[in-house]
Every structure is written in structure tokens, then in C-alpha cells.
Write a protein that binds this ligand. Structure first.
Ligand SMILES: [Zn+2]
Length: 603
């Protein structure tokens, strides 16, 4: 059976039509709630919160982080906001120290190790210069778990070496070098600084399915000039380097404050917006992200004061375990409240890095269904035209498996002023925050949140999501050189788009219009999942895929391999399974659309 078109045409569409499904997703008029909350955001109050939060160093699980959490909770409770503090054991890793030396020389550069690096009292090996990150072998991780190293044989010279490479330390290069038998990796920062980072490709608390991806390779980082010096030494002959790394990796009790701002007539099925940002950070974390934490506190308090104007709820979470636990807090919340998020969650908005001094360029990372919302919000409040990008996997995007669409606003500094040069360094301090800019950035969130919590309809566009899906299907088929046939999926997506185009949602005799509109999410969720999650909605993937339909990442293998090779056939088996998942998701979305037209939104 090709599609549900036959079933749909048999549905008697009602005469009473109200909401145009594909209308502009953003409401033409700003809601009174949005205007009131925006005008209540004061730079002085943001400053007061941020001053306290950034006074502490906040690695997750530390006394500093807990003091910041206590401050947030007290500020909320003083304003009468209901807030709960969850506690759980998180698997985190703090870099302690590193040294990089050339035995027999007095060269002793500044060095750091990275969160989740392997630990060693000292390993030695001849240095192998592998250039830049782009020169490293490509490492594919199938649908999340299986390592496939392309052309591993051409990198047999890596075994037993200390590899140096220019670029920020990253998880996949770490895993690739480990698989190739390196004894240590030294990343040379492209700039004259050291940036704290994390090198595991597990996501959240590792599971038995993902623990094999915890690195064992010792990883260090040195500054650009020291990398130049080491390379100069290598010009006069082979150089042996000794690397030692100390990390504090293990379980720590973590606390996660969650505030719930609910409409006055809410019940335990009231849908809500989830807004999150990380409370932990490197060092004093000024713009990454004490400033955002302050914005979250103030928005929560101001929405709470006006909750009688809300139709839907706002849940705000300050995640621990972001920087040294690879999103341990948001992932724990997703795992623990999956069922509630699946039935009540409307959207996940992430806030990070806003309020930077001298910011002048707005941007946004959104899933396709929210692109128009982001564009219109920035146009209305920031006066700039933006082209939103796809969210990466560098923040707390822990809700893709739940199917929540994503939105994050960005506001960046000119590169001519050094860009975000203090990011993940001890220089990310309170003085890097501009509180007038932070107010402007906060107002973007206030406006977008208000569209969701106060509007009669939701500011999402299924049409945009389906259009992005069809583009992605075509691109994946093309990447396979035509070997992977995705025409059935394209046909079903196009039928669904046709079914929705120009149709209107019926106001059922008993159902409220807003409730019917929320049925749109039942169409969106299965599509969001295949667009952002490879393989399994319930088990976090490595978080390395940047393109839509990540489960079809192996399509390119078909174009690059001989059809009778193991590699081709293994890839094809994987792709057929993922294609089945995509077809099932499209059917689920189509069923949800039929239910909606029949006035029976599924919960
Ligand atoms: Zn951050």
C-alpha cells in the first residue's frame, strides 16, 4: 500500500473550519503577556543574579556549582515560584593536570588535559605529525555503536606514536587515534591559548551500550607557539615526547533545579515549553553561562507573576553535568521524565552564551518547524534578517528522541574584535557580560516563549518540516549514488504535505481550538525524531551528526564501495533498517493527521 491518501479522502471534512494550518506560524500581534514580561526584564536585576552566580567556579558536582544552585533556588522561592531540586549520581570527569615534555630537553610547555581523557603517569613515543583535524582518517560510527575506520590500513604508521595535530580536541579524532593504536594525542590549539573541552563520544551517563566509547587514550593540549616549537624540533630529526595526564573521572552527586510556571487553571496534562541552560561551567563561566542562568531566573520570575495570562506552562531547568559530564543533567531529565515530556512537552528551548560584550550579529539554531518563528522574532525585536541554522550537538540537545522541536538564539561578537575568544578559558568572567545586550537577548526568548504559552495556536510549521525532510531524503538518495531507493518515503512525505496543504483544522464541537492545534505535535514528533536521531529514539547516539536524517549517514558508503564488498552489504543492511524506521514514522505522522482532521487528537 502506497499511502493513506485513500483513507484521507474518505474523511468527511467538516464545514466548520477555523485555523489555517499553513498560515504564518507567528501571531501578527505581540501578546500582552510578551510585552509585559519583556518590559519587566531589567539589566540591573540580571546583573544582580549574574554577579552572584559568576562569583563561583562551577565544575559540576563542586561546592561552587552547588552554591550557585542554592542562589537560583532561593531567588525563585523568594518570588513564590515552585521549584524542585532533583538529585542523581552523574558520571563526570574533571581535567586535573597534564605535562608534555621532550626527555633530555628543558622544553616544558603549558599543557592541559581534557574531560574524559585517559589517565597516565607517563607514556613516551616518537612524535607523528598528522597536520590538522582535516587530515585525520574519517571515522564513521554506524548507527551509533559500531566503529568503522575507513582505510585504516593506510594509517598503520600511527601505532605506538604520540600524535600531534592542530585543532581543538574533539571526541571523534580521539576515538580514531585510539583505534589506530596511538599511545597519546596532543592537540595544538590553533590560537595562543588553551580551551577546556571534553573528548568522550558518550552522551549523558554512559550505558552498557555506549561505555566502549569512553576514551582510554591520554589526551593533552598545548598552545600554538608551543606546537610551532615542537614542529621546529622535529625538523632536525625524530623527537620523542612524554605525556602524562591526570583526570578526576567518576560518580558525583549532582543537583538539578527545575521550576514549574503553570497557568492558574493547569492540571497534570497541561502542555509546557521546556527552557534549559547549564548551571555548571568552566571556571567562573561569565557568558558560558552565568549570564544565561541569570536570564533564566528573571524570565521564570516574571512569567510566574503573570501566569494568569498563560494557556500553557513553562518548565525551566538549570542543567548540571553539561561541561564535564557531556550533558549528564539534561539527559538524566530526558530519561527520567521521558513519558511526561512525550505527552506534555511542546518545544525545547536552549539558552547558552548570550549577553556577550560587543555582540552585534543575531542568529538562531532551530529545527525546520521553528525557523519562521526564529526569523520573525529576530526581525521584530532585533531588526535583523537571519538565516537560522540546524542545531548542532554541542549543547543540551537531549530531547531529540522525545521529539521536541529545538530553538536557540545566538548573538555573536565581530571576528575583528576576536570573536568569542574567552570561551572555555579562565578569562570567561563577569566583566564579559553586557547587561543591556543580555536584556535584548533575553527578550528574544520571552517573545518566543510567549508565542507558545499565550497564543491561541502554536508557532510551528509542519509544512517547513516536511519540506526539509523531502530535501534531506533526496540528498541522501543522491549521496548513495542512487543505490538506496527512498522513493517510497518521498512519496509518503509528499502525500502528507499534500494532505495538510491548505487544509484547515476543524474545531470539534467539544474540543477547544488550542487543544486541536496541539495535535499538530503528534504529526511533528515522529518526523523530528527521524530528522535528528539515528537508530533509536531511546538510547542517546554519539552526538556527532550534523546533517538531517542522521540514520542514513551510511548512504555515502554505497557510492564509495564495491557492491559485492562486505562494507557495501553491511551498509545496505543498516540503511534498509533505517528506511523502515522512516516509513513507520511517516505512517505515524499521517495517522496523527487523519485523527486531527477527524477531530480526535491523540494524546
Ligand atoms: Zn555553554
Amino acid at each position: 500500500m502506497r499511502s493513506f491518501a485513500g483513507i484521507v479522502t474518505s474523511v468527511t471534512l467538516p464545514l466548520l473550519m477555523v485555523a489555517l494550518l499553513v498560515a504564518r506560524p507567528v501571531h501578527a500581534q505581540e501578546s500582552p503577556l510578551s510585552a509585559a514580561v519583556r518590559s519587566s526584564i531589567s539589566p540591573e536585576r540580571l546583573d544582580a543574579h549574574a554577579k552572584v552566580i559568576t562569583s563561583y567556579e562551577r565544575p559540576s558536582g563542586s561546592t561552587g556549582e552547588n552554591a550557585a544552585i542554592d542562589y537560583v533556588v532561593e531567588a525563585l522561592r523568594a518570588a513564590g515560584v515552585p521549584v524542585e531540586v532533583h538529585e542523581f549520581m552523574g558520571y563526570t570527569s574533571n581535567p586535573v593536570s597534564a605535562s608534555v615534555t621532550v626527555p633530555g630537553s628543558d622544553w616544558n610547555p603549558d599543557a592541559i588535559t581534557l574531560a574524559f581523557s585517559g589517565a597516565t603517569d607517563g607514556v613516551e613515543g616518537p612524535v607523528l605529525d598528522m597536520g590538522t583535524l582535516n587530515d585525520l582518517p574519517e571515522l564513521e560510527i554506524g548507527t551509533g555503536e559500531l566503529l568503522l575506520l575507513r582505510d585504516a590500513s593506510t594509517f598503520s604508521n600511527v601505532r605506538g606514536k604520540v600524535v600531534i595535530v592542530t585543532g581543538q580536541p574533539r571526541n571523534i579524532p580521539t576515538l580514531a587515534l585510539q583505534e589506530l593504536g596511538a599511545v597519546a594525542a596532543i592537540f595544538i590549539n590553533p590560537e595562543e591559548r588553551l580551551n577546556d573541552l571534553i573528548v568522550t563520544s558518550t552522551w549523558g551517563t554512559p550505558s552498557l551500550m555506549s561505555e566502549h566509547r569512553l576514551p582510554t587514550l591520554p589526551v593533552a593540549q598545548i598552545k600554538k607557539s608551543d606546537g610551532d616549537r615542537l614542529r621546529a624540533m622535529m625538523e632536525s630529526g625524530p623527537v620523542t615526547v612524554r605525556v602524562s595526564t591526570e583526570v578526576d573521572t567518576g560518580w558525583k552527586p549532582l543537583r538539578l533545579p527545575v521550576a514549574r510556571v503553570m497557568p492558574t487553571d493547569a492540571d497534570d496534562s497541561t502542555p509546557y515549553v521546556l527552557l534549559g541552560g547549564h548551571i555548571d561551567g568552566w571556571y567562573h563561566g561569565g557568558t558560558d553561562e552565568g549570564a544565561s542562568n541569570a536570564a533564566m531566573v528573571e524570565m521564570t520570575i516574571q512569567f510566574h507573576k503573570r501566569r494568569d495570562q498563560m494557556r500553557r506552562g513553562l518548565v525551566v531547568a538549570w542543567w548540571p553535568g553539561h561541561s564535564n559530564g557531556r550533558y549528564a543533567g539534561s539527559t538524566w531529565f530526558s530519561d527520567t521524565f521521558y513519558d511526561e515530556l512525550r505527552t506534555r512537552g511542546l518545544v525545547y528551548m536552549n539558552i547558552d552564551g548570550v549577553g556577550q560584550i560587543d555582540s552585534d550579529r543575531f542568529g538562531a539554531s532551530v529545527s525546520p518547524a521553528l525557523s519562521a518563528l526564529a526569523v520573525e522574532t529576530v526581525q521584530r525585536l532585533g531588526g535583523q534578517e537571519i538565516r537560522p541554522g540546524r542545531p548542532g550537538r554541542n549543547s543540551d540537545q537531549a530531547f531529540n528522541g522525545v521529539g521536541l522541536p529545538l530553538l536557540q538564539f545566538n548573538h555573536s561578537r565581530p571576528n575583528a574584535m576576536g570573536g568569542y575568544w574567552w570561551w572555555h578559558t579562565p578569562d570567561d568572567t563577569y566583566d564579559k557580560i553586557d547587561f543591556d545586550i543580555l536584556k535584548a537577548d533575553t527578550e528574544l526568548y520571552v517573545s518566543a516563549i510567549s508565542e507558545f504559552v499565550a497564543g491561541p495556536t502554536l508557532p510551528i510549521s509542519i509544512e517547513d518540516e516536511l519540506s526539509a525532510l523531502m530535501d534531506a531524503l533526496a540528498q541522501r538518495e543522491e549521496a548513495s549514488g542512487g543505490a538506496l531507493d527512498l522513493s517510497e518515503a518521498l512519496g509518503r512525505a509528499s502525500d502528507l504535505a499534500g494532505m495538510l496543504a491548505g487544509r484547515e483544522i476543524r474545531t470539534g464541537e467539544r474540543a477547544a481550538r488550542a487543544q486541536e492545534h496541539e495535535a499538530l505535535l503528534n504529526i511533528l514528533r515522529p518526523i523530528h525524531r527521524i530528522m535528528f536521531v539515528p537508530g533509536s529514539d531511546h538510547h542517546p547516539d554519539p552526538g556527532i551528526y550534523g546533517r538531517p536524517l542522521p540514520g542514513l549517514e551510511a548512504a555515502a558508503v554505497l557510492a564509495q564501495s564495491e557492491p559485492d564488498s562486505d562494507r557495501y552489504r553491511f551498509a545496505m543492511a543498516q540503511l534498509l533498517r533505517e528506511r523502515n524506521r522512516i516509513l513507520e514514522a511517516l505512517d505515524e505522522a499521517t495517522h496523527a493527521a487523519i485523527d486531527m482532521f477527524q477531530g480526535r487528537p491523540r494524546s
